[in-house]
Design a protein around this ligand. Sequence first.
Ligand SMILES: Cc1cc2nc3c(=O)[nH]c(=O)nc-3n(C[C@H](O)[C@H](O)[C@H](O)COP(=O)(O)OP(=O)(O)OC[C@H]3O[C@@H](n4cnc5c(N)ncnc54)[C@H](O)[C@@H]3O)c2cc1C
Length: 294
Amino acid sequence: MSMQSDRPISELFAEKGTLRSLEFFPPKNESGVEALRQTAAALQRIGPDFVSMTYGAGGSTKERTAEMSSLLRDEFGFTVMPHLTAVNHTRAEVAAVAEAHYARGIRNIMALRGDLPDGLPTAMGFRDGLRFGSDVVALLKELHPDLCLGVAGYPETHPEAPSPEADLVNLRRKVDAGASFITTQLFFDNEAYYRFVDRCRAAGITVPIVPGIMPVLSLRQITRITGMCGASLPNRLIKRIEAAGDQPEIIEAVGIEWALTQIRDLLDYGAPGYHLYILNRARSALALAAGLAA
Ligand SMILES: Cc1cc2nc3c(=O)[nH]c(=O)nc-3n(C[C@H](O)[C@H](O)[C@H](O)COP(=O)(O)OP(=O)(O)OC[C@H]3O[C@@H](n4cnc5c(N)ncnc54)[C@H](O)[C@@H]3O)c2cc1C
């Protein structure tokens, strides 16, 4: 187990300007853990600047997220940013999760509110004054001012926000509470990101805004995900996936081509890197790294 402390991602941004990161989720069983190991081994050669590990809102993956973060850090040497959602947790519970990461040398956390599990009333789900992402940021910063915190941003507006303007005011609250960078919800139309960055800058948000990109794997998957998070699906992308019919390899190729075009354009624009939602698969990340190599 590596006892050395990780470098804060904010320092890496200052040094390199652009960062490439990959997002994993904690597998449910041992065969999933083995698959994660294989993915991580394959991804070592492209050297991501950091990797993140999601957290099951409500605490369903509390141990698993910590274990898998340690696995990626200790066995593969990745800089790991565990996610942490506050929903259904007390302040003491959130603090305990963060303390355990800190004791292992982790210095980067993605601070989130999370979503209420189905049917749980707001009053029961949000406890101890932990109602919004900014409350989580404030708590973690109070605990350890040297923790570097990422927060979520929504180019096409968070589904619960009354307006894009209100959502932006709330995003600013997270940055003012101490967040060092923003990772965006996935999007398929770069215009949404460019407009969002312009609006953030006009609202006085100066931290890096990292575009979150997901290479499509199937129409069913992508319709479900965009339905939940409110991201729009361009017609051109839908048509291409439909034209690929029921051939997964062709759909995967279409998804990689779309993501590659998006990322090239984002980097030309001056985005501070990109964050890939890879769903624990190595192939698309490797294909994208190759496509971006020259
Ligand atoms: C990069 C990224 C990573 C994610 N990782 C995970 C994960 O690991 N696990 C998971 O379960 N989910 C994850 N999510 C999903 C996330 O938990 C949901 O989108 C959730 O609904 C919002 O979390 P948040 O931290 O952005 O909330 P907040 O920033 O609190 O925003 C939630 C809503 O509240 C509003 N709001 C905020 N502050 C105030 C205020 N003071 N007054 C009134 N309204 C306010 C906002 O406008 C918004 O509509 C992730 C999302 C992204 C983009």
